[in-house]
Design a binder for this molecule. Structure first.
Ligand code: UDP
Length: 239
């Protein structure tokens, strides 16, 4: 592997579950620290990094709806939960010595900055990691869509999806031993085969803006950095 990164600025999308570690619910500080170290290594390669994190480890709107909340209230709770995860990541990154700013899609002035596109870009240019909290700020959306949206706004040359497995498979590799990994896919195939990578709206947004989506395992040590340099195990989704 060369250690020359192939990307200048990337957005890393993590689902809330990535922060859960061995727990059944919530945030595992050890896991968050491990992820922070993965991000730090990539930053040290000279790649500008921003992040969007979900909240499946705390609260998902649709789960709230199933237990009787109205959709908008439940989605507001889900978005607030992403703020908690974002602060946890900021804390872990700063413990690793990485300056980090959280920007929320809706204002929570005494907790973090509001989302301001130009300011976010400036932070990254200064070597800070930016964590985009509160999704898109709107109910009826997901953090996948927020990730594709922010990646487009930030002019990212890659949307990285850190998952539990090392790419996109024909079936769930945890339950189906015949599942095969795709090395490369086009957006159209992902949409028509309804492959569960990111939401369809996120894929469509990435396609419109020609942003490659790279799916890799966030749990493999050093893999984020390897993927940035074009090695490691991953699936790339592009034109
Ligand atoms: N959410 C929302 N609007 C957004 C992003 C997220 O309403 O733009 C809410 C929605 O309720 C969602 C929750 O926040 O279920 C957590 O996000 P997501 O389900 O995408 O988290 P992940 O599955 O990535 O952990």
């Amino acid at each position: 592997m060369t250690d020359t990164p192939q990307y200048k600025r990337v957005l890393l999308k993590l689902s809330g579950e990535a922060l859960m570690g061995e727990l059944d619910y919530g945030i595992d500080p050890k896991m968050v620290s491990r992820i922070a170290r993965e991000i730090k290594t990539v930053q040290e390669l000279g790649v500008q990094v921003c992040l969007v994190v979900g909240a499946g480890n705390i609260f998902r709107g649709m789960t709230g709806v199933a237990s009787g909340f109205d959709r908008t209230s439940a989605d507001h709770m889900g978005m607030l939960a992403t703020v908690m995860n974002s602060i946890a990541i900021q804390n872990a990154l700063e413990q690793e010595g990485v300056d980090t700013r959280v920007q929320s899609a809706f204002p929570i002035a005494s907790v973090c900055e509001p989302y301001i596109r130009r300011k976010a870009i400036r932070h990254m240019e200064k070597g800070r990691v930016v964590v985009f909290a509160a999704g898109t700020g709107n109910p009826f959306f997901t953090t996948d869509t927020a990730a594709a949206l922010r990646a487009a706004e930030m002019g990212c040359d890659g949307l990285l999806k850190g998952t539990q497995v090392d790419g996109v498979y024909t079936a769930d590799p945890k339950t189906d031993p015949t599942a095969e990994k795709y090395d490369r896919l086009d957006y159209h195939t992902v949409l028509t085969k309804d492959l569960k990578v990111l939401d369809a709206s996120a894929i469509a947004l990435a396609r419109e803006n020609d942003i490659p989506i790279v799916v890799f395992s966030i749990h493999k040590h050093g893999e984020f950095a390897r993927v940035m340099c074009g090695s490691g195990e991953f699936t790339i989704i592009c034109k």
